[in-house]
Design a protein. Structure first.
Length: 71
């Protein structure tokens, strides 16, 4: 089962309300410090390299997660 990450495509803003252009996301397996492999596609065949960086507008890119706990 595939889970789209709930913050995908949301814009990250700095304290001034401007897009944060250096936003990065690192995801970990729940309750651990082990990096979680996240994917670019729902079929879980094309992994992202972590940290996943935001685009030029401060939006976190679309990520898909394997089913299970994550943080």
């Amino acid at each position: 089962m595939t889970i789209p990450w709930q913050l995908s495509r949301q814009q990250v803003l700095d304290n001034s309300g401007r897009p944060l252009l250096i936003a990065r996301a690192n995801l970990y397996a729940g309750g651990t410090s082990t990096s979680l492999t996240v994917y670019k596609d729902a079929a879980l065949t094309n992994p992202w390299t972590q940290p996943v960086e935001a685009d030029g507008f401060g939006r976190v890119l679309r990520m898909y997660l394997p089913a299970g706990l994550h943080r």
